[in-house]
Design a binder for this molecule. Sequence first.
Ligand code: PEP
Ligand code: MG
Length: 580
Amino acid sequence: MQTKTGIPASPGIAIARAIILDSEEYAIPHRCIDPDVVPAEIDRTKRAFDEAIRELAELESQQSGLGKIEIRDLFAVHRHFLQDKSLRNKVIDLISTESLTAECAMGRVFDDVHQHFLKTQNRYISERAADITDIRKKLLKHLIDFKQASLESLDHEAIVVAKDLRPTQTALFDPRFVKGITCDAGGKTSHASIIARALGIPAVTALQDLTGTVRRGTQIIVDGNAGIVIIDPDAETVAEFRAAAESIATLHQSLEAIRHEPAITRDHAPITLLANIEFPEETDHVLQFGADGVGLFRTEFLYLQSGVEPSEQVHYEAYAKIIQAMQGRPVTIRTMDLGADKFTQSHRFTPETNPFLGLRSIRFSLKHRDMFVAQLRAILRASVLGPVKIMFPMITTFKELTLAHEVLNSARSDLTTEGISFAADIPVGIMIETPSAALMSHRLAGHADFFSIGTNDLTQYTLAVDRGNAQVAGLFSAAEPAVLKLIKATINGAQTAGIEVSLCGEMASEPKYTMLLLGLGLRTLSLTPKMIPDIKQIIRSVTLAECEQLAGAALEADSAEQVLESLIKKARTILPEFFK
Ligand code: PEP
Ligand code: MG
């Protein structure tokens, strides 16, 4: 039995056997073969193509059944590519003429295609280069019978042990079978962790070299609350963690009763609890957990899920689906927050030394105006279906806000000219995610209808700690007094100007921070839908006076450790069952 400590990325306890997910490139030896094995290599090649085509067709119908049309279309594009006989023939020719192994011949052919796609001036074709890598991996998987890497066909409970996970990869996990996630890399607020929380899968990240330590089939305990992973536990430890998992389940069951009760403090202050979502399919969850609306729709997943850039109509349909499902509750649509760890098809090959300080978020949108306009038109069109708010991400300077407003106004006047209707009074707000914006919030407030504080990025930019880097994950804490002071400055800026302010970073989903956030002055939080009942229970158990006292002390503290100690100490006296 061995215990490893990482970062608690998604709460809950899971016990199951490990499945290792290799996200590395497969190493293909450059090897020649005897001429008499050439026919066998050609057979292997044909089989791999056929199996990959069959697998893609199955994935297409699965995704179609789930109503995930963009993902289905991506798989269809890959299948058509593999069905093209000239590609298969090129591989076969290389095997016969140069006596190469099937893996080696395939690698060569795919490298050529990849290079060709990358170099082309045509943006649509260059966008396909990433797909070539994906298709190649799928073929190689069949060729080398790398079945253990496949999760799409998982039909039993397992803990995924991965080096790193892409957000889109995590989004495809089926929570019926993927019971827990461990990652060598990543941080608490990396986007793969956010998806794990949305799916309700316990996860621990930043485990350094767990993939090197664990073998497929080893029993593992993932404790996503404490951030620990136990490898090959003894019977006593398994029993202890099973009991802890049961007590968490009992606690959640007891919260069923308050799901549709108001979130109101003991001294009668009403708090609005909104939901953060990444996919239109999540609205069932949002309603089920009793959210008052959607406070953050991360629209960039529309770009990341699909092999093609979403059209205005694809945007529109996603927004319409959410707005209609929310039945009159407000829906805040954040314009695309692409770049950094959320690349889009056409731009992932532009290397940046510091992508989080690079062309991301609103900067990306302002540079790719055609994409931005398509999205804004779709939001405006959908605004006639129900209450919508538009939110610009990562506004850092006044100038960016002015430029974003200009693009929005021009989209409005185009629609008016075209005779297309949209709501006249859509609130337009901004995310406060950089120290610059927080310090200028009193001025920005004059040009925004609301603020939403993005503490994931605000923490990363204030502390100079990459939110997805496992090596510095221990330094990432929203409880650092510097971050708290910027949150406070933003709340003050909003209150002085009389505009709404909420907080939608992961901090809002963490029970230990609820009292602090209320005490700092927040009355609206936007969080992972699943955590709404827990946070509501805390709100219903405290008074604003207690919260304000705690927040006052936190603002005067020297360190995150001091802040956390006092938060947890106080929370334990009020709700011991939450803070064991
Ligand atoms: C944030 O930065 O806190 C936020 C909510 O945005 P995202 O996590 O999508 O960057
Ligand atoms: Mg952010």
